[in-house]
Design a protein around this ligand. Structure first.
Ligand code: 1PW
Length: 214
């Protein structure tokens, strides 16, 4: 296992996602990115084979962080304010990537789609049998979600990476939240929050017809 694995706990990731939704049902960008950063550390714990997966997530996180550190930072406080600001100012490429190849909207959409996979994967892990194969849960949920947006070469590479995943119980222990049973209980507590973040974002993007941004 890679260095840093001992200090990592998936709990901090899930806690970050629980802090995402504001009282007005808006999705806060900072805890969302904090959750993703934790996920990246987690992916890196799973071995170098997962680094190609985490590398793209890191790039996307940095793009949005740069907006949060720019003089437009207030407009990027929530996903709702980001969508409103970028659309109102013509900062989103709607048909083809050209003038605004790295808009907040298209970048966030990639993380949003990946979050759907994560949600399905963790749910599969939570409800799986003790001896079930994490690699199977991972590839089945990936194929049912994120794979639809990936070209063949990435699907292939992802499939190879999944084969390296340990069994369910070992995986649950890798999360560093205690015993396998405790990890399952924590997933049960935290997953509804991830689902809520996903749902609110999905509705927002659908409402503005942004779900297919190039
Ligand atoms: C153990 C399970 C953990 C789930 C973590 C989810 C991380 C998902 C990241 C997948 C990235 C695969 C390689 C990159 C692909 C990009 O082409 C793709 N990015 C994503 C995040 O799907 C699309 O970005 P692009 O090319 O349109 O800028």
């Amino acid at each position: 296992m890679a260095a840093g694995a001992e200090t990592f706990s998936l709990r901090e990731v899930l806690v970050a996602f629980t802090a995402c939704v504001s009282e007005q049902r808006e999705v806060r960008v900072d805890p969302y990115l904090a959750g993703w950063k934790g996920l990246v550390r987690f992916l890196n714990c799973l071995g170098t084979i997962f680094s190609f997966i985490s590398k793209d997530a890191v790039t996307k996180i940095e793009i949005i962080e740069n907006y949060r550190n720019s003089d437009q930072r207030e407009n990027y406080l929530t996903v709702q304010s980001m969508v409103e600001y970028e659309l109102a100012n013509g900062l989103v490429d709607l048909q083809k990537r050209s003038k605004h190849p790295d808009s907040g909207c298209r970048t966030f959409l990639r993380l949003h789609r990946a979050l759907h996979w994560l949600q399905m994967f963790l749910e599969g892990l939570r409800t799986g049998e003790d001896n079930s194969k994490t690699s199977v849960i991972c590839s089945e949920t990936y194929n049912a979600s994120l794979a639809n947006y990936h070209p063949w070469i990435i699907r292939k590479a992802a499939g190879v990476a999944f084969c390296a995943l340990p069994t369910r119980n070992t995986f649950l222990e890798t999360m560093n939240v205690g015993t396998a049973e405790e990890a399952v209980a924590m997933l049960g507590d935290a997953l509804p929050y991830i689902c809520e973040v996903y749902k609110i974002t999905e509705e927002l993007y659908a409402q503005h017809k942004l779900l297919d941004l190039p």
